[in-house]
Structure formats: structure tokens, C-alpha cells
Design a protein around this ligand. Structure first.
Ligand code: ADP
Ligand code: MG
Length: 375
């Protein structure tokens, strides 16, 4: 088998004119394209020859480890194995890891939408902005993913837009390269990793890192920062989450795009496990329904949506009327005040005696009289 570096050269070189079959890495991955290189190594798009049809595209991250000592290899592999157990729609799936030459290789899910940082830059350059609904949707997905890993005592330690990926416009947390597993009962992992701009104050001060250090909220004290699940319970976020669930269930029902449908069903299940709402629980039944039942559900949902719009309209009208009433009251009150003052003015001029000029004593005269008495 060709050395990993040689295989890499074939792909990153200008043209691979050879007619011989492309060499496989770990006997199953064919390099297709270099996606980029990061602080820890190079990232490639690969085709997994042993994957099911339609699931071949994966990402290979090659981390150069130089003279890796065997114990470290074991540790890294253990960590990778644990990460491979993470299974959540908002987390980049970790498929496998192995050591090839001097490289520690990680195989993960491929996110064709690239990273969020790239997306933001792209929008910025085009002078475009993201709609609020999109930001909230991504924020909720992010919270679900963070909560999932924190429940499993796994810290990310480097959450930032560059490490958040997009697949079918769904957000996925990735690049756990620097994450560490919390060991035993100790909640603070003291190794310093991460990117300074996104670091929490406690990580910067080397005061350790716990689940709260993964939260981007602005309170300096970790204990005062909410956890991901607490943020999910904020009424506004909870309301948005329910809207999102309705949308996802519609995607599932329409079933236009199989991949999207699978992802949506996956997210619905993940949320259902987390937030035990009556409506969400019912959604899991969607998969088992007959087309007729689905149609009925869709009608009920449409009616619900209509009712929600109507309620909003009524609330707006009520608000508008209220405002108008207040304005009217204010105007009447001002009128009344003006009248009262006017009446008061009238009465004042009628009843009070005419103002009298204030008389000042004649100081000159006072002086002369004092002279008279003093003498
Ligand atoms: P960094 O060290 O700066 O975080 P990475 O090594 O994580 O960089 O990534 C390098 C490049 O590969 C980036 O452009 C990133 O968007 C891309 N990339 C990494 N992982 C994936 C993935 N799972 N799917 C698609 N692109 C990826
Ligand atoms: Mg990265």
C-alpha cells in the first residue's frame, strides 16, 4: 500500500494522470479533495468504499503527532472511541480513528455547507444578513447539541463559529480535537486549550474549565451563567423551539428530500428525549401513521397555525385599541386639565382682590429718621 503522504500528494498535486486505481487509506478511504488545513492538521474529503450507497462522503482529519509515545496513542484512541459514541443531530458524527504513519487520523461526517464562520464571511461580503428566525433556529440546535454532550460529561472547550458546521442548513458542532473528557468526580479540567477570543474568564485565568465554560453568555462568574438546558427553558426560546418542531414535522410529512427528512426526524427524536412536551411526544407517532392519519394531522396543524395567527391578530388589534383608548383618555385628560385651569383662572380673577404693587420702604427716609433718633 502507498504511504499516506504519497497518497496525499497524488490528490493535492495538480493533476493525477495515472490510470491506476487511487490508493486507499486504511483499506477503505479514497482521498477526493483537500478541504483545508487547520491548526492541528489537514482536512480531506474522502470516499468511504465500505459505506452504504449515498453515505460514502466523509471527512478525514490528519493530525501530525511526530514521535507519539504508545501511551499517548492509547489515550487518544480511547478519547476518540468515547467521542464516537456521541450520536446527536447537532454534533458532527465521529466515525473512526486510527494511526497511519506519523498521523493520528479521524474520520467524521462530511458537512457540505462548510463552517459557520465561512458562511458568515460569505454573507458579510455579499452585504447580506441572516433572518432572525434562522439565527434562533441555529441557536436552538446549538443548545441541544451542547446540552447533549454536557449531559455526558464531555466538554468542547473550543466552541466558536469555525468549529460549527452546516449540513443541509442544519447546524453541527464539530472539531472536538481539543475537547477533554471530565474524569471522575472532578468537574474542573485544568488544561488550557481553546482560542483566546472565545475563552471564558476562568479558562483565561487558568482557574479550570467546566461545562459552564462552554456557555457564551456574558456573566464573568461561571455559576451565574445558565446551563444549555436552562436557556432552552426560557419561555421565548421554548416557544421558538415549538415552532421549529412544527416545521420539522412538516418536512417529515412532506418527505420531499430523504436526507432532510431523516435529519428532521432525527432532531425531533433528540428534542423529544430532552423536553417532554405532550405535543412533541405525539410527533414520534408520526412515523407510524398511515397516509390518511398524516393528512389529518397536517390539517390539525394547519388549523393550529391558523388559530395562532388569529390569536396574534386579535392580540395586535387589542393592543392597537388599547393604545387608541389611552391616547383618547390622554387627550380628554389634557382637555379637562386645560378647562380646569381655565376655570380656575376665571374664578381667580373674579374672587381675588386686584394685585397690589409691593411697597418698598424709602431707605433714604429711614436713614434720616435714624439720624434723628440717634442724636
Ligand atoms: P481549524 O484548526 O482552524 O479549526 P480544521 O482543521 O477544523 O481547522 O478545518 C480545516 C478546514 O476544513 C476548514 O475550512 C473547515 O471548514 C473544513 N472542515 C473541517 N471539518 C469539516 C467537516 N466535517 N465537513 C466539512 N468541512 C470541514
Ligand atoms: Mg476547526
Amino acid at each position: 500500500m502507498l504511504k499516506f503522504q504519497e497518497a496525499t500528494k497524488c490528490v493535492s498535486g495538480s493533476i493525477d494522470v495515472s490510470t491506476r486505481p487511487k490508493p486507499l487509506i486504511a483499506r477503505r478511504y479514497a482521498l477526493l479533495q483537500k478541504l483545508g488545513s487547520g491548526s492541528f492538521g489537514t482536512v480531506y474529503l474522502v470516499s468511504d468504499k465500505k459505506a452504504k450507497q449515498g453515505e460514502e462522503l466523509k471527512v478525514l482529519k490528519e493530525i501530525s503527532v511526530g514521535e507519539l509515545n504508545p501511551n499517548e496513542t492509547v489515550q487518544a484512541n480511547l478519547e476518540a472511541q468515547l467521542l464516537s459514541k456521541l450520536d446527536h443531530p447537532a454534533i458532527v458524527k465521529f466515525h473512526a480513528s486510527f494511526v497511519e504513519q506519523d498521523n493520528f487520523c479521524i474520520i467524521t461526517e462530511y458537512c457540505e455547507g462548510r463552517d459557520l464562520d465561512y458562511k458568515i464571511q460569505e454573507y458579510k461580503e455579499a452585504g447580506r444578513t441572516f433572518p432572525e428566525s434562522q439565527i434562533i433556529e441555529w441557536f436552538i440546535q446549538l443548545l441541544l447539541g451542547v446540552d447533549y454532550m454536557h449531559e455526558r460529561r464531555i466538554l468542547h472547550r473550543d466552541l466558536k463559529s469555525k468549529n460549527i458546521f452546516l449540513k443541509s442548513n442544519l447546524l453541527k458542532i464539530g472539531d472536538f480535537g481539543v475537547s477533554r473528557l471530565l474524569m471522575g468526580s472532578c468537574d474542573l479540567a485544568t488544561t488550557l486549550t481553546g482560542t483566546p477570543h472565545y475563552m471564558s474568564p476562568e479558562a483565561l485565568k487558568h482557574q479550570g474549565y467546566d461545562t459552564k465554560s462552554d456557555i457564551c453568555m456574558l456573566n464573568k462568574s461561571p455559576s451565574l451563567r445558565p446551563s444549555a438546558v436552562e436557556i432552552l427553558k426560557i419561555p421565548y426560546i421554548d416557544e421558538q423551539l415549538q415552532h421549529l418542531m412544527c416545521r420539522y414535522s412538516e418536512i417529515t410529512l412532506e418527505g420531499k428530500n430523504l436526507n432532510c427528512q431523516k435529519e428532521a426526524a432525527y432532531i425531533i427524536n433528540a428534542v423529544q428525549k430532552k423536553i417532554h412536551l405532550q405535543t412533541l411526544r405525539a410527533l414520534s407517532e408520526v412515523q407510524k401513521m398511515t397516509p390518511r392519519e398524516r393528512m389529518r394531522l397536517r390539517k390539525v396543524q394547519a388549523a393550529d397555525e391558523e388559530a395562532r395567527k388569529l390569536k396574534k391578530l386579535v392580540e395586535e388589534k387589542y393592543e392597537e385599541n388599547n393604545k387608541r383608548m389611552q391616547e383618547l383618555r390622554l387627550r380628554n385628560f389634557q382637555q379637562l386639565t386645560v378647562n380646569v385651569l381655565h376655570e380656575f383662572d376665571d374664578r381667580a380673577s373674579e374672587n381675588l382682590p386686584e394685585s397690589q404693587p409691593i411697597l418698598f420702604p424709602d431707605l433714604g427716609a429711614l436713614g434720616s429718621s435714624m439720624e434723628d433718633t440717634g442724636s
